[in-house]
Design a protein around this ligand. Sequence first.
Ligand SMILES: Cc1cc2nc3c(=O)[nH]c(=O)nc-3n(C[C@H](O)[C@H](O)[C@H](O)COP(=O)(O)OP(=O)(O)OC[C@H]3O[C@@H](n4cnc5c(N)ncnc54)[C@H](O)[C@@H]3O)c2cc1C
Length: 483
Amino acid sequence: MVVKAVVVGGGISGLSAAYYLQRKASERGLPLEITLLEKDSRLGGKILTESIGDFVIEGGADAFVSTKPWAVDLCRELKLEDRLQEVNLQKRSVFVLQQGKLVALPDGLVSMVPTMFWPIIKSPLLSLKGKLRMALDFLLPARKEDGDESIGELFTRRFGREAYEKMFAPLMSGIYAGDGDRLSAQSTFPLLREWERRHASLIRGALALKRQRRQSSFTSKKHSIFLTPRAGLAEIFEALVERLSKVDLRTGIAARDITRYREGYQVTTDDGQYITADAIILATPSFAAASMVRGLDPTLSTLLGEIKYVSSATVSLAFREEDLHSPLNGHGYIVPHAENRAVLACTWTSSKFPHRAPKGYVLLRLFIRITNSATDHDPSDEVLIEIASRELAKTLELIADPMFTRVYRWPSATPQYNLGHSERIAAIQGFSGKYPGLFLAGAGYTGIGIPDCIHSGKTAADNAIEHLIQRSISRRLKPGKVL
Ligand SMILES: Cc1cc2nc3c(=O)[nH]c(=O)nc-3n(C[C@H](O)[C@H](O)[C@H](O)COP(=O)(O)OP(=O)(O)OC[C@H]3O[C@@H](n4cnc5c(N)ncnc54)[C@H](O)[C@@H]3O)c2cc1C
């Protein structure tokens, strides 16, 4: 007997969920109808690659880490492994803006924690006092309390406030576009807590991981920590879509709400369709999931709605190499809060990924924070380009007119795993018994990076398949049914 699954959301989490549902159902001999609903006219969510001539422009995510296996595994399955490119290891410096000047981050950071002493000693980024304070990480006892703390508190406790503000906070805001004094250490970097517990030192923990990585084939010479397909991340979701031959992909249709229907659920769409399902995977931002389950369970909806998101925009600009005053020897720079700029980071895309711009040209990408305040107007493209151009003129003395610009807006795009996040996730997971067959996936819960999103889609698919098999068996065994 055919069972039905609906995946809501066509970002990397939802597409991965649909892919693993299809694959697992076929492996287990389960007749399964899969429908995927995506509200936008295009698939991919926060992955958006555009090609302009020989330029490859990433509007959203631009690479993934190979230290978490799920993205590499999926690329291998999709036969994309040979398409994966490393970032340019010859020019791998990352800079921090300090009083308007670019200062290189010390080499050898592992999960943001230094593992090489000489680069720290030589670095002009920190004062002597700041460096000596960092060394206390070797002597300070591990924190005894079990509860969570902010990532700002954790780094300040171990390394001092100066190192936190000048090094770690800008790195954090490059990832989460958020405030390290609010972000939960447990939910964003659980490894750091683990290192402190196990080694009584973050540096010793990072050194142990570095040794382990050297021995593993996973981050061997073949793979650098950051990877991306040659023609951009869209290659992944395009390959996924190609394989979803048995999935009914419906774009331009938003799921509006979810209600119980017999032993399963019914999805109502904004164009008035009713789709019944034995299992549903909600792979949308958590505020969208909150809205869909409001009628089903207001408490669950409130919990989902409490996960906050921040907005940003990226502006990509292309120039001729001769427009630059000096070559871009690195991957770009990050901007600490104290510099008081609208820009969070600037990636020197053509230097980080040499295949993303034709020879003789440079491609730069600026990451701009957009405040969510109701009183602020959404800045126009012209304003965002103006902000980006002013930043480039100030920091790189780059005043030439760009050959072209591209603006991508990401409203409420990056979830903030603020203090209390892990308790909220545990409370949300507590509803799984009450709503069998309803699963969540996506960046809002246990990891915002692409590998984590793929993992969340795969886990939701695995759980949905087990549920659907049980459903299929119980239907066949219903009294009066002839087997
Ligand atoms: C600017 C930027 C840069 C980033 N850079 C990186 C990076 O370099 N590396 C990295 O690993 N990660 C990066 N990230 C994070 C990563 O890209 C995202 O966390 C990830 O792509 C999210 O995938 P997702 O499928 O969970 O969500 P999304 O991509 O948000 O997909 C969810 C989908 O659900 C759809 N949807 C919402 N509501 C409904 C509804 N009611 N019905 C139907 N569909 C609905 C949305 O339209 C969307 O397509 C970046 C994020 C941003 C914003």
